[in-house]
Design a protein around this ligand. Sequence first.
Ligand code: PLP
Length: 225
Amino acid sequence: MSISANLKELRNELPDNVTLVAISKTHPPEVVLEAYNAGQRIFGENKAQELVAKQEALPSDIEWHMVGHLQTNKVKYIAPFVSLIHSVDSFKLLKEINKQAKKQERIIPCLLQMHIAEEDTKFGLDKEELSEILESEQFRTFENVQVVGLMGMATFTDDTDQVKREFRGLKKLFDDVKKKYFPSNSNFTFLSMGMSGDYNLAVTEGSNMVRVGSRIFGARNYGTN
Ligand SMILES: *Cc1c(COP(=O)(O)O)cnc(C)c1O
């Protein structure tokens, strides 16, 4: 199926309140443009260099999201334009984003990435680290980052009960965090969970932002990239 047909089908499947982030990593700008021409405006990448290269090559009304692990020394490259960083997994990184955003005279929206999977290869904070960040004195002084929600990646498994459990746990954490730390802050709204293989489960469990790549663009070929 074509990219535009895939997108159309996906949009029909997703409830209206769910934001679709098209993950274009490894695909060249001309392929991304096909999705753009089909109406998609929000794209995500998992590497800073690739994000910068595509932002430069593609229309300026695209909202670019960073979804992959971000090294502090790369923040400066994406700070001028990035619309949302999904993958904030340390206090140090949040501090650097604040610093670079300040230089750009911007406020950068961020999601705190939680570790919900069984695999320890996936990045993310545990609940204790999350509380430490949100309760720290320094966090309150950050004027150039805005925490607008949480992100998580489920275990890569056929065990749908496990995936469901992990998503449900993250939704509960999201609700608890909102209540405790952001009760009167209407900007804390995004729960980014769900990819090509599990977005249906994620949406059922309360996701309102899905990051979908191969379901739109087809399988990725890392070998020639
Ligand atoms: C690649 C990637 C996705 C999309 O994966 P698909 O399985 O192709 O939909 C989502 N989130 C992150 C963080 C990714 O790196």
